[in-house]
Ligand binder design. Structure first.
Ligand SMILES: [Zn+2]
Length: 197
């Protein structure tokens, strides 16, 4: 059976929590969306069982909440090849801001820009950099990013005094799983907690 655009999207991000609470995805009006929500619920339960915190009152832990917000933010990215979202929390677990990868705000890509996957790379502003532009050093204690930060972004994160990073996936390239980021080593040296969620 041919998948809908929405299903393909869910498959790609492998984490459809963001579909909850979106009024345009009213499950009573979309049969396929309802099935997806059930799938998302099962996945959410699975994540609760295997990850950092199991909440007795069955609500998202702060890391899970952060990652869900990061997933939603990734949806705003116009990059057709890689969509990364990020969120920053302050010391009281309040949201400072959300961000995603892309071109400078207000800039419109020239025609054909997105057709060359390799060429676009050097122009892309990573989600973590956009995120750090929203606050000053010391404001953010924890961030969540949908993909493990690259080496360069780890430097930015360290410069902004962020103490803890939750990330979703390792970096994948050419369809196979290979770690191209040395973030764990950088995090360890700088005393930043880097936790896969
Ligand atoms: Zn980066």
């Amino acid at each position: 059976m041919k998948k809908t655009k929405f299903e393909n999207w869910c498959d790609r991000i492998e984490f459809p929590w963001w579909s909850f609470g979106n009024p345009s995805l009213d499950p009573t009006k979309h049969r396929d969306i309802r099935e997806l929500l059930e799938k998302a619920h099962a996945l959410g339960k699975n994540i609760n069982e295997t990850n950092v915190t199991i909440n007795p009152d069955n609500r998202l832990s702060f890391p899970e909440y952060a990652m869900a917000l990061a997933r939603v933010s990734a949806m705003r990215s116009e990059d057709p090849y890689r969509k990364v979202g990020a969120v920053a929390f302050d010391k009281d677990n309040r949201v400072i801001g959300t961000a995603y990868n892309g071109l400078p705000s207000g800039f419109t890509a020239p025609e054909g820009f997105w057709t060359d996957r390799e060429r676009r790379r050097k122009y892309m502003i990573h989600a973590e950099v956009n995120l750090c532009s929203l606050f000053k050093r010391g404001d953010a204690k924890m961030i969540a990013v949908t993909t493990m930060p690259c080496n360069s972004c780890m430097g930015t994160i360290a410069a902004y005094g962020i103490e803890k990073i939750y990330y979703g996936e390792d970096y994948h390239m050419s369809g196979k799983s290979c770690r191209v980021s040395e973030s764990p080593e950088i995090a360890e040296l700088f005393g930043i907690e880097l936790i896969k969620l």
